[in-house]
Design a protein around this ligand. Sequence first.
Ligand SMILES: Nc1nc2c(c(=O)[nH]1)N[C@H]1C(S)=C(S)[C@@H](COP(=O)(O)OP(=O)(O)OC[C@H]3O[C@@H](n4cnc5c(=O)[nH]c(N)nc54)[C@H](O)[C@@H]3O)O[C@H]1N2
Ligand SMILES: Nc1nc2c(c(=O)[nH]1)N[C@H]1C(S)=C(S)[C@@H](COP(=O)(O)OP(=O)(O)OC[C@H]3O[C@@H](n4cnc5c(=O)[nH]c(N)nc54)[C@H](O)[C@@H]3O)O[C@H]1N2
Ligand SMILES: [Mo]
Length: 633
Amino acid sequence: MRVASCVGATTPSVARLCHATSTAASVARGARLVVVDPRRAGLAGKADHWLRVRPGTDTALALSLTHVMITNGWFDSDFVRRWTNAPLLVRTDTARLLRASEVSPDGDPAHYVAWDETGACTVAYDPAHGRHAIDEARLALFGTREVATSNGPVTCRPAFDLVAEQCRRMAPAVASEITGVPAADIEATARTLWESRPVAYYTWSGLEQHGNTTQTMRAINQLYALAGSFDAPGGNVAFPSVPANSIDGAELLAPEQLAKTIGVTHRPLGPARFEFVTGEDFYTAALEGHPYRARGLVNFGANLVMAHGSSERGRDALAALDFCVHADLFMSPTAEQADIVLPVTNAFEAEGLKIGFEINEAAQSLVQLRRPLVPPRGEARSDMQIIFALATRLGLGEHFWDGDIDAALRYQLAPSGLTLDQLRAEPAGIRVPLRTRHRKYAESDGNGDGPRGFRTPSRKIELYSEVLRDHGYPPLAEFAEPGVSPRSRPELAERFPLILTCAKSLWFCESQHRNVASLRRRVPDPQVEMHPDTARARGIAAGDWVRLDTPHGSIRARAKLTVSLDPQVVCGQHGWWQACAELDQPGYPPFGPGSANLNAVLSQQPSDPISGSSPLRALICDVVLLTPAKAPS
Ligand SMILES: Nc1nc2c(c(=O)[nH]1)N[C@H]1C(S)=C(S)[C@@H](COP(=O)(O)OP(=O)(O)OC[C@H]3O[C@@H](n4cnc5c(=O)[nH]c(N)nc54)[C@H](O)[C@@H]3O)O[C@H]1N2
Ligand SMILES: Nc1nc2c(c(=O)[nH]1)N[C@H]1C(S)=C(S)[C@@H](COP(=O)(O)OP(=O)(O)OC[C@H]3O[C@@H](n4cnc5c(=O)[nH]c(N)nc54)[C@H](O)[C@@H]3O)O[C@H]1N2
Ligand SMILES: [Mo]
């Protein structure tokens, strides 16, 4: 039996049942479980350690755990030396990595430098080979060295020494003040992580919707690197996938077009690098013309107004467009802003190809062409039919198999060896055997140069990121207090003393399904969770209609009392707009009086300087009892 530990900042029992089931099975087999969540939700009840973190402070927690692990020597030093850039020397004067050419005139400017503890001298590292020139065990991870360079001596420290110093500032007592997690629990969790290797971890939107998400993920991955479990059995494994042709058409986008991606100039390392535009940047382009005016949008079902913070700004941005097309099943608050609404089929009315299901090796091996279960209604067409027809009419048919969807699917499937006919005959799907290989970073890169390593400039996991530093960001994972929190904005917090986060509902998917009677019956009204003491202090009883106030406005919800919550934290639900005629349950306006749209009182700012993600989970707020006359009947 392998005793592994799992760490999660997610509620798979709500959001991804297969993960919940396998996590519960691992726990039954003896795995230890750590859950980091402001709410005692889902698997938290099964956890060895439930860390009730203050929303938005996971970075501080991760850095503190890292500190405890480094201080106790609880890290896989072989992995850290071999596969991270921990041993590379950083110049303390420039905060850049030392290059071999600085140490010796015939040194290569592309080579980095580490410190050979045994030889008490520098040793160059060639990233093209991905391997150090000496036994990695000799590489120093700590200490300060004077290194002779062509321009005189410079003080250098291994990157790991800087990591250790950074984490030392987050000693458990300090982190406990910030996160609300008791120092003893931080110490105990660090021990569990070390003693229960291999470790796997899993996070999702609990950590994504913050204004410091990039550094949070860096801090967690840094902690994870210490365990040495990446891509190892029992760790987070990169599963293989059934071979298929890519149909993303990346090659069709000319570099000069790619350079126009909105957001790429002010967040060059963010999603714009991969052609994604954040809602915030799109709204700015549409409303303010930065970096240029966005004029048109063809939207396949994204309910921007309900799903993104700053809802009203979203509505205004859509209204400012010259032309807006929306394809959807329902007249959502976003569809209402469109010039043309195209009715689409839902998943049960259209065929759908899925190659691999991401969960594990077995699921990854499944290819399924889902059959439509019922015929489409009215004039509805599938997204694919709409896209292919539009493309053909626009004269782009050559890139869209002349409008022939089957031809496109055949092209996509070709490398898999499966045919459309086979898949149509087997609606439950066909498995293509896959074999998971572990620690692929250590395999040869195929050019005979050395191990494959990682796709970074140094081919190592970069605990110290010179790329971030060169773009003006902190090179080390660093905690930043949420932009509008009781600590960062104490003057505002006098009016808004509580902290607002949010979580998904088990019964609905995002902003959908409030119209489905069997689901709405389970949760008829929008909810906000709070501690009974918080409620009592405001004269609120369970089930009362309350007004949720943030600096951006007010919405309504019904109080749900939860003893396990921190009394300072409340948890809302986004996505409430749709009525349920069958149950005579009301809909709610997306903004203004009577609204229950959480995103109408959340803002997209201040967003993550690196990725642009919005701070939807750590805003200050207050809750006030609504008099019965003001509540909907
Ligand atoms: N039933 C259902 N399933 C879904 C969805 C749905 O709407 N309904 N949506 C799907 C989608 S699109 C996604 S992205 C996934 C998301 O899946 P999850 O990420 O699991 O979903 P959430 O419930 O949003 O957030 C998980 C947890 O994060 C916690 N949390 C809030 N703030 C913080 C914080 O600052 N730090 C930490 N550590 N935790 C915090 C919340 O209390 C919550 O328990 O679910 C998918 N599955
Ligand atoms: N405050 C707060 N905001 C959040 C979140 C949160 O946890 N808190 N979660 C965020 C997350 S993780 C996500 S993924 C987003 C989700 O935000 P969206 O991507 O906007 O997803 P939904 O809200 O589910 O809305 C999907 C729309 O697509 C329509 N639809 C359904 N099936 C189809 C189809 O086959 N084709 C087409 N064209 N349309 C279809 C539905 O009717 C619905 O109007 O919301 C984000 N917003
Ligand atoms: Mo999502």
